[in-house]
Unconditional design. Structure first.
Lengths: 78, 423
């Protein structure tokens, strides 16, 4: 039961067609998501390392908490 | 046909489309290139629909896929200022079909779908006849089919078109990463613009070496441009890539001392009148952040107001949004409102100016397709080219030209939201 280290990094990706601007992601992952004036998410384009466990956890919360299931965590190769 | 003579695509063009027999006389050739894909690679042909992606790379991507495949000829021509595909299909429909058959042979497709917007019955008729002539000639080759989706700006976007062919609405689709293989059912699809197909037709007949006889080393060949705005009459010209813009305007009998020209289409960019000595090709225009795009040139004379023209185009583009993605559905009308306050210089134009600049950064790159990005690029280029006018308008000094009733960038009438047909 040690700390699991994962290599690589991820981005949070929104499907803009599915997204209806519920705004849950902004609450659940404020490190990655800001809101525009119409309530749609602006997600940071920089990849986050999986090692950053706190941010990865909120990204997972946002992914699972999206009422429209519009968010995905995608591994980026680097 | 000679190696470095124009016209190529418009060779022996008349007011009637050429029949198959006439076509084979006009484009008669003795030698056929051995390997089409290598010829296509060597020719350096790029897509003429707007994105300018190398055709050979796209064809190779689909060729690697397995199973039943489709070639889609995109002659939807969403740009209101563009008439090139229409011209291509009403002069040389067989050349376009030639290219489509070559592409089908390259990727191993058994079906070719030609997509023409149903709003233009003349072109639909020409195409029906051309396809009929071919199918009477022989049973070999891919099966040709004509499809007529409803005309919309974004319906000509490749994912929207393929989605429509797959018995759905003609709405752009979200792609997780690019390049992305579009599919009808499970079958991979190669989508190419009609003019691109015509160029492939020429390469298939005369080879890459011949094709490179015109144009520059990085942008070989010729392209069709639709010149509108301050011209004697709107015209479609075939030019060798790299021809100076001033020459193109002169041969179109356009205003040769314009304030600015709009290049690429309504998702394109304005280019200030001082830069008309640039050659018409991406490597020269790219220095100014401009692309040749869909081959549109809108000439804006000195007595017109760039702010008003920009507003009218953005208002129409906002209305043509498919309203699927929030940033596009809400952002583009918001840009339109800001530009409206600016162009009339009323209701706090300075505030509108500041809001406009902020919003441009927010909308960029956040739609499923490139529609919002195109509008943002268009407005950004307007802000730099018409900087002086925008400043005057923002400080409530609207120019006299902004009250004129003549406009140069033509837009179709605005349809109400409930009238929009996606089918």
């Amino acid at each position: 039961m040690g700390v699991r280290r994962r290599s690589g990094s991820f981005i949070l990706q929104v499907n803009p067609i599915l997204c209806d601007g519920f705004g849950h992601c902004g609450e659940l992952a404020p490190e990655l998501v800001t809101m525009d004036e119409w309530g749609y998410p602006i997600i940071t384009a920089e990849p986050t390392p999986y090692n950053d466990a706190r941010v990865h956890e909120s990204a997972r919360y946002a992914e699972r908490g999206c009422p429209r299931q519009a968010l995905r965590i995608r591994r980026v190769s680097d | 046909m000679q190696r470095n003579a124009l016209p190529r695509l418009m060779h022996a063009a008349s007011t009637r489309p050429l029949s198959l027999v006439q076509h084979e006389e006009v484009f008669a050739t003795t030698q056929r290139p051995a390997s089409l894909i290598d010829e296509l690679d060597a020719s350096g042909l790029t897509g003429r629909g707007g994105a300018g992606f190398p055709t050979a790379i796209k064809a190779r991507l689909i060729r690697e896929q397995r199973g039943h495949k489709f070639v889609v000829v995109n002659a939807m021509e969403g740009e209101p200022a563009s008439h090139k595909d229409q011209t291509m299909l009403s002069t040389h429909p067989q050349l376009v079909l030639d290219g489509a058959e070559y592409l089908a042979a390259i990727i191993g497709a058994k079906d070719v779908a030609v997509c023409v917007a149903r709003d233009n019955p003349t072109i639909v008729n020409h195409m029906e006849r051309a396809i009929h002539e071919r199918s009477r000639r022989s049973l070999r080759g891919p099966k040709l089919e004509l499809h007529t989706p409803p005309w919309r700006y974004v319906a000509g976007e490749e994912s929207a078109l393929v989605h429509w062919l797959d018995d759905n609405e003609s709405l752009p689709q979200f792609r997780v990463s690019r390049p992305h293989v579009l599919r009808i059912g499970h079958a991979p699809v190669l989508v190419d613009n009609a003019e691109t197909c015509a160029n492939v037709g020429l390469i298939g007949r005369f080879g890459a070496e011949w094709y490179r006889g015109l144009g520059t080393s990085k942008s070989p060949g010729s392209a069709l441009v639709s010149v509108t705005g301050a011209v004697r009459h709107p015209i479609v010209l075939e030019v060798s890539l790299g021809t100076p813009l001033r020459e193109i305007l002169a041969s179109a009998e356009a205003d040769t001392n314009p304030q600015a020209v709009l290049l690429g289409g309504y998702g394109g960019s304005w280019l200030a009148g001082e830069h008309l000595d640039l050659g018409y090709c991406n490597e020269e225009l790219g220095l100014h952040g401009v692309v040749t795009g869909a081959g549109v040139i809108v000439v804006l004379p000195r007595n017109a107001c760039g702010v008003v023209e920009t507003w009218r185009v953005v208002r129409w583009m906002a209305n043509e949004s498919a309203r699927q993605c929030g940033p596009c559905a809400f952002g583009l009308p918001a840009l339109g409102e800001d530009l409206k306050h600016l162009s009339t210089a009323s209701r706090d134009p300075l505030g509108a100016f500041k809001r406009l600049e902020e919003r441009l950064g927010e909308i960029d790159g956040r739609g499923a397709c490139r529609h919002p990005d195109g509008v943002v690029r268009f407005v950004r280029s307007a802000l730099s080219v018409f900087e002086h006018d925008f400043n005057n308008h923002a400080h409530a000094h609207a120019c006299a030209a902004s009250r004129a009733t003549t406009h140069y960038a033509s837009v179709p009438h605005l349809e109400r939201e409930e009238e929009l047909v996606w089918e």
